[in-house]
Design a protein around this ligand. Structure first.
Ligand code: ZN
Length: 329
């Protein structure tokens, strides 16, 4: 009996001292603290829902550039960037990149998480916060709420910003950009493209219409311009072992690669693609006043944003770099 007790106490002592060593080590190494924060990083459906309902509410008046509603949407996004702790980009002194188009003052909204070891290499996470505004007259609902198009994408941008800020392990810098005036011809993203050095941009992650289950099935999304770089293959590799799958764009005849803001960067050579989950050929609410938050599936939206986070991990960390895009058209 005694012997056993002795062995037991020795074991206990050894265990205790091991624990002590482990504790001292974690105090010495900030990397371990980082890991702890990293484990806490989450994309939660309650937050996703809150952003979606706020951005597509009637108060935002369809988010047309130059309107009061657009200003409200802009302020909402700015407040979130600030709460998350994003920095401003290069020589901008606020999150707004202002410019004038057709005599209307408009702004892209840009926030940055600086990379630790590769701060001059940028990954851009984007969506467009503008939409079609309001019908001038008529009966009933006059507001184009644009819940799926593209409040869903902006929700993705905000959720990913918060997620990566909590993770704190981005080796590359990440730019979170809400582009304006997409609906009138990719105006905001074109302006943005003219003011950057495209060589510093290693990848573009654009989110459009990500709030509905696609025809490719539950827990799937599709990517435009899949074969134009190996970006999509990197995402597929990172999603292996999860229950989420990424497919090439099934609507190639619609030319969607050139119909969203990813194109403004792709034409500069940046491997920049759009994730989507919506059956664009049959969706009854596309560009209608009925594109309301209630018609979206919060679970699909949340799962998709999580999959984008997981799928792009190695690009954010700097271990994968997608091939450049060469456009011949
Ligand atoms: Zn759109």
């Amino acid at each position: 009996m005694k012997k056993t007790t002795l062995i037991f106490s020795t074991l206990l002592l050894t265990l205790l001292s091991c624990k002590q060593i482990a504790q001292t080590k974690s105090e010495e190494k900030p990397a371990n603290i980082e890991n702890e924060n990293s484990l806490k990083a989450k994309i939660e459906s309650v937050i996703v829902k809150k952003h979606l309902y706020a951005l597509s509410s009637d108060e935002m008046q369809g988010r047309k550039p130059g309107t009061e509603g657009m200003e409200k949407a802009t302020k909402y996004i700015e407040n979130e960037y600030k709460r998350i702790g994003l920095k401003t980009f290069k020589d901008l002194n606020s999150y707004r990149q202002n410019f004038i188009h057709d005599n209307i003052e408009m702004s892209n909204i840009i926030g940055m998480l600086e990379g630790s070891s590769k701060k001059d290499e940028f990954v851009i996470v984007s969506a467009h916060h503008d939409h079609l505004g309001m019908k001038k007259d008529g009966e009933g609902d006059l507001i184009f709420n644009g819940a799926n198009d593209d409040a869903s994408g902006v929700v993705g941008v905000l959720s990913l910003a918060e997620y990566y800020a909590q993770k704190g392990n981005n080796e590359r810098s990440i730019l979170f950009v809400c582009f304006t005036a997409e609906e009138i011809g990719l105006v905001g993203s074109n302006y943005f493209g003219k003011n950057i050095d495209p060589e510093q941009f290693v990848a573009g992650i654009n989110l459009e219409l990500i709030g509905k289950q696609p025809k490719t099935g539950p827990k799937t999304a599709w990517l435009t311009g899949f074969n134009r770089s190996d970006f999509g293959k990197i995402i597929q590799k990172n999603l292996k072992g999860t229950d989420y799958q990424l497919f090439p764009d099934p609507y190639t005849k619609f030319n969607l690669f050139f119909r969203s803001d990813n194109a403004s960067l792709a034409k500069l050579g940046v491997p920049s693609h759009t994730f989507s989950t919506t059956s664009i050929d049959t969706d009854e609410h596309y560009h209608k006043v009925s594109d309301e938050a209630e018609t979206l599936n919060i679970q699909v939206l949340t799962e998709t944003v999580k999959a984008v986070a997981k799928g792009t991990e190695s690009i954010i960390k700097g271990t994968d770099t997608p091939t450049r895009i060469k456009l011949t058209e």
